[in-house]
Ligand binder design. Structure first.
Ligand code: WT7
Length: 558
């Protein structure tokens, strides 16, 4: 990406001395300018207490955190992880890390010890910011196996557990003035873990130049404007919570709502009303839960400040789009993207008619296509309307991931003939709207979160009674899918309700509630390919009550 592209955008100005740094665009540009006294973050604690932070204050906090890192000897390119809920500290850590030129990697606080350990280890974390409770419950026991993790910083003001340091104490001692590291557009800024069908989680690397995509897409697909009150309900542990929970709205000088609590229909409507939210970005599972709560419930709140509603993460059913229009006064705009794309690629944008049930059109600057993989390794583009194929994007947009951390081969395989292959099956209608059909692989989508079946299977097979496990997404009316495991037992163990409960608890303890299976079914054996790979697709077909048919063609390694 050229500097002209960056500087040709009024929302971005580049570093004063040359270079580009997301934290400068998101914070310092405003902290030292007209927006200095604008509220950057409005943090709502679980008990409802509201705490505002202006851009000037966020500028000072993030400078302090950059200085804390410098004081600890943490340098450009080192990985700083966070494992915290939705709080002001998270923003300080994310943006202060980028000011230091280090790479920010958020983790989901509902992960259990195993997913956390895998990610810290793969990403080679040198710093982790978390709470005392999360550290003691989920990390302390495995700390010895993380030799690169030099610093664990605890955000609570209490005495930090052994082997950790108090972040508030370090922050008080640090200067509120820091010079931003002179990063360039292609320097890494963010690491976001995602899951594939096989193997360990993958760390998608994003660069500072991605901010060009963040800000353009937020304007076009979310109708976000400077001065808006904006609420993105995604957890910061996932890419949406960073690209659109932190970066895009702050670059645009919006006021960002940060709610510490989990979903609750009354609380959420109350926030939209009390804080006069203009733009709201949420997920289909949440919308379906609001629908369950009923229209009368919604009518008890004044939502007149709302101007634009958008959704991401999983298919948005047409009923949900129209329910928004009828009950909330605005239709939900579906948007499509992935951890790897870094920003919204396809959307029912503000300036186009919505087709309920469709993901919309590619955004300006994005070239999408539908392809079929060929035997020889290449791809063939499908241009006839309404034919299902794999969604592909022409490589080279600013927020395109630049690596899977430490896995060059896995990254290379995502690109064929200049296309990035998304793994999603879609069709495009005659008007150029894209329609989601399903995943081309076995990853599971539950409440908008991507779950790798392999990670769940590995945890289950650690139990002494389990011989093999095959894990699928079972259709669910609200969460879209829930994790279901099919398990065979080692000889000497017999299926029982007690063992089922034990396995559910075992998995939950290791994986955390967000990833663990909800259901376990004991089987005598699992369907396999000739080379012994478990055929999750057959398990899924069985679950759906579909005829398994002639499986001979599946007896391959495909
Ligand atoms: C996968 C990416 C970055 C967004 C948050 C999730 C599914 C995403 C839609 C949509 C149907 C969708 C796809 C995609 N997905 N948006 N609008 N309609 N499916 O990022 O965890 O990397 O998941 O979520 O399957 O590949 P992610």
């Amino acid at each position: 990406m050229s500097f002209e592209q960056i500087l040709g955008n009024d929302d971005l100005d580049g570093l004063p001395g040359g270079g580009l740094n997301i934290a400068h665009e998101a914070v310092d540009r405003h902290a030292k300018g007209r927006e200095r006294d604008t509220v950057a973050l409005r943090c709502i604690a679980k008990n409802g207490a509201v705490h505002d932070l202006t851009y000037a204050e966020l500028g000072q906090n993030t400078d302090r955190f950059a200085n804390v890192l410098r004081g600890l000897g943490v340098t450009k390119g080192e990985r700083v992880f966070s494992l915290v809920g939705r709080s002001a500290e998270l923003y300080t850590v994310a943006l202060g890390t980028m000011k230091n030129g280090s790479i920010f990697c958020p983790l989901f606080s509902a992960f259990g010890p195993e997913p956390i350990h895998a990610r810290l280890s793969i990403g080679g974390a040198s710093v982790l910011v978390t709470t005392a409770a999360l550290y003691v419950r989920k990390i302390a026991a495995l700390r010895v196996t993380l030799p690169d993790l030099h610093h664990v910083l605890i955000i609570d003001d209490d005495a930090p557990p052994p082997g950790t340091e108090s972040l508030p104490r370090l922050m008080r001692a640090a200067s509120p003035d820091a010079c931003i590291e002179a990063t360039m557009p292609d320097d890494p800024a963010l690491l976001h873990f995602t899951s594939g069908t096989t193997g360990a989680p993958k760390g998608a690397v994003h660069v500072h130049g991605a901010v060009v995509s963040h800000v353009l897409s937020a304007r076009v697909a979310l109708d976000l404007r400077p001065g808006d009150v904006y609420w993105c309900t995604a957890d910061p542990g996932w890419v949406t919570g960073t690209s659109y929970g932190i970066i895009a709205p702050l670059v645009l000088g919006a006021t960002v709502i940060v709610d510490e609590a989990e979903f609750d229909a009354a609380r959420w409507y109350g926030i939209l009303e009390a804080h006069k939210v203009n733009v709201w970005y949420t997920a289909p599972t949440a919308i379906r839960m609001l629908m369950k709560a009923g229209a009368e419930f919604a009518h008890g709140f004044d939502l007149s400040a709302v101007r634009f509603l958008a959704s991401v993460g999983e298919p948005l059913n047409p009923e949900a789009v129209l329910w928004g229009r009828e009950v909330l006064g605005h239709a939900f705009h579906d948007t499509w993207w992935q951890t790897e794309t870094g920003a919204i690629m396809i959307a029912n944008s503000a300036d186009m008619a919505i087709k309920p049930g469709s993901m919309g059109h590619p955004l300006p600057g994005v070239t999408a296509g539908i392809v079929r993989r060929l035997q020889g390794g290449g791809v063939e583009e499908i241009t006839t309307p309404d034919i299902v194929g794999e969604l592909a994007l022409r490589a080279g947009w600013p927020s395109m991931f630049r690596a899977y951390w430490g896995e060059a081969e896995r990254y290379r395989k995502c690109f064929v003939d200049g296309w990035y292959l998304s793994g999603d099956l879609v069709r495009r209608d005659r008007d150029g709207y894209y329609w989601f059909i399903g995943r081309a692989d076995d990853v599971i989508k539950s409440a908008g979160h991507l779950i790798g079946p392999f990670e769940v299977e590995s945890a289950l097979t650690e139990h002494p009674a389990v011989a093999e496990a095959g894990v699928i997404g079972k259709t669910d009316p609200v969460a879209m899918e829930v994790v279901k495991a099919f398990v065979t037992l080692k000889s000497g163990h017999a299926p029982s309700d007690a063992l089922r409960r034990e396995l559910l608890g075992f998995a939950r303890q290791r994986l955390g509630a967000a990833v663990a299976p909800r259901e376990i079914e004991f089987c005598a054996d699992l369907p396999k390919t000739r080379s012994g790979k478990i055929m999750r697709r057959l398990l899924k077909a069985r679950e759906l009550g579909l005829l398994e048919g002639d499986t001979s063609s599946l007896e391959t390694d495909g």
